[in-house]
Write a protein that binds this ligand. Sequence first.
Ligand code: GAR
Length: 228
Amino acid sequence: MTGTSIWRDDAMKRRVAILISGRGSNMAALIAAAKTLDFPAEIAVVISNKADAAGLAKAKDSGVTTEVIDSAPFGKDRAAFEAALQAALDRHDVELICLGGFMRLLTAEFVERWAGKMLNIHPSLLPSFRGLDPHGQALRAGVKVSGATVHFVTPDTDAGPIVMQGAVAVREDDTPETLAERVLKLEHRIYSDALRLVASGGARIDGEVCRTSSTGSPDDALISPAVI
Ligand code: GAR
């Protein structure tokens, strides 16, 4: 990818904050990926807006610094919560944010401040099935392929330039739970790969589209159902 880098110092690893609210399985996958020697990012801090998020213990066990900024006392005052969040990000010298099941809506001001530097993962092939219950939405729509999307965050929920997607075949007997389980495995793969791509400068936003330095996949076609 050509052009001027958006990063402070290309020779350094990007300093990443992962924002969570719960289980933190995507967070754990990112932490594991970042432990590999050549990974272009390091997890500087995991921040939860809930003190009882299960992901906090997983992060601590992996030796990653954690912070809790409880959003409850802030109520509807999103700006005050985000001021505390921004202060924590500044303290840890964060350059890139990964949302991993972070269930607090962010204001347009905060999102715009982090434009091109904040990623989210959503368990559907966006722009289909944004918001809640994406697997239920997919099954009700009768799609034969579903998956997950890593995208840059824009003020609209589950929208923004798409960095990477992964797809799975939907099975006739799938429930939201069984589909979620297969998609989650894929989420862990693509979130790490997408972070690698973005942190190494291999992704560039061009209007509403993200252009990447990689293309296609060795197993390009996924056809579902299989006709035997
Ligand atoms: C993941 O499936 C993620 O894609 C989804 O929340 C789950 C968090 O799980 N995010 C969204 O639906 C965002 N709209 P995790 O805490 O185990 O990573």
